[in-house]
Design a protein around this ligand. Structure first.
Ligand code: ADP
Ligand code: MG
Length: 368
């Protein structure tokens, strides 16, 4: 009989909690998946916390940890509902939580995720594996990205060079070339700047299809100024977050320009920034073309994916659906798999990717 796992994650976009019910008998089979909305007040509190981390009071952080624990538990129960699988049949939940601060370099590195796993375990009755990043950080790694081990296990091919690109709020890539070590790193902003700019100027959560970005030409001066961010030139292992790429940074770059571009030209530039930094780092990491598999919400942005394809001549570009996992569910499936790895006593990190001194079993178990 299959062992079922539930994977839960809310990424930097905070567009909802992704939940999948999966098994790993032979590759990864996704039996059910959903995106579960966060409670409105929790989302408001969360947005304020990540935009103004210096104003966060401890009481507010603690309360959000609890509120998110409830929302994550609800997401786990929602994915089970209608799947025909009872909670008792699920071996474990793997919960990434919600990153509220990622600071992997510096004298006291840390990455902080909220969504109390005790609450998930109690409300679902299912043992829950969580806190996946901090063991890797304790071993000198960045604690991110963690999905490359899953990409390698599920998507690599014995002969064909492949890469997997996840375009969330932040974008990350895994390069899988036969006969060489896996590499993987964050490339920089995925959707986060485009989302923030769209919210500010159009009152919508994102630029559907990338149509607004397609309505103007990128602005060269802005593009140059954004590309000067030191993260892009840094060699890997590297990871980033909305601490680096956010509206305050964008606004400060815009303020320094002699002539501010029109809002649609800013959007076109931000879209182009994501595409260009992805294609540049892909070409550096993998000079021989192969197949690039896309996942994450940014894979729905036609303008973005067209520009990525234009920057990667010779590459075949496909959604991860062709390998059996829908573009919206790869990350949550990865955390279900990391729970499975933890309980099997197997490592979940790739030291060449995160910079950790060695492989390690990731996460802690909270009994159901
Ligand atoms: N139809 C669409 N057109 C353009 N962008 C989209 C579309 N659907 C989703 N997105 C983008 O994907 C983001 C969510 O992607 P996701 O992979 O969940 O990111 P994260 O892991 O950061 O939560 C949205 O915020 C939005 O920017
Ligand atoms: Mg998301």
């Amino acid at each position: 009989m299959s062992r079922y796992y539930i994977g839960l994650i809310s990424g930097t976009s905070m567009d909802g909690i992704d939940a999948v019910l999966a098994s790993f008998d032979d590759g990864c089979e996704v039996h059910a998946a959903c995106s579960h909305p966060m409670t409105e007040s929790t989302l408001t509190g969360l947005r304020h916390l990540v935009q103004h981390p210096d104003e966060a009071g401890l009481a507010r952080v603690g309360a959000l940890d609890t509120a998110l624990g409830h929302d994550f538990a609800a997401a786990a129960l929602a994915v089970l509902e209608g799947s025909g699988i009872a909670p008792e049949s699920v071996h474990a939940v793997g919960s990434h939580g919600q990153t509220v601060y990622h600071s992997p370099t510096g004298p006291q590195p840390f990455s902080l995720q909220l969504g109390d796993p005790n609450i998930i375990a109690v409300l679902t009755g299912i043992q829950t594996v969580a806190d996946f990043r901090r063991r890797d950080i304790a071993l000198g790694g960045e604690g991110a990205p963690l999905v490359p081990a899953f990409h390698q296990a599920m998507f690599s091919h014995p002969d064909e060079p492949r890469a997997v690109l996840n375009i969330g709020g932040i974008a990350n890539v895994t390069v899988l070339v036969p006969g060489t070590d896996v590499s993987g790193f964050d490339t920089g902003p995925g959707n986060t700047l485009m989302d923030a700019w769209t919210r500010l100027n159009r009152g919508k959560p994102y630029d559907a299809g990338g149509d607004w970005a397609a309505s103007a030409e990128p602005d060269e001066a802005l593009s140059e100024a954004l590309m000067a961010h030191p993260f892009f030139a840094r060699p890997g292992p590297k990871s980033t977050g909305i601490e680096d790429f956010n509206m305050s940074w964008l606004q400060s770059v815009l303020d320094d320009l002699r002539q501010p571009p029109a809002p649609e030209a800013v959007q076109a530039t931000l879209c182009n920034l994501t595409a260009r930094t992805i294609a540049d780092s892909m070409r550096r990491a993998c000079p021989d073309p192969g197949t690039l598999f896309l996942c994450g919400g940014g894979a729905h942005n036609r303008t973005l994916t067209r520009q990525i394809a234009e920057g990667l001549e010779g590459w075949r570009i496909e959604p991860t659906d062709t390998l059996g996992i829908g573009i919206d569910w790869v990350e949550a499936a990865a955390f279900a798999w990391l729970a499975h790895r933890n309980l099997a006593g197997l490592p979940g990190n790739i030291p060449a990717v995160t910079g950790a001194s060695r492989e390690a079993v990731l996460g802690s178990v909270f009994c159901g």
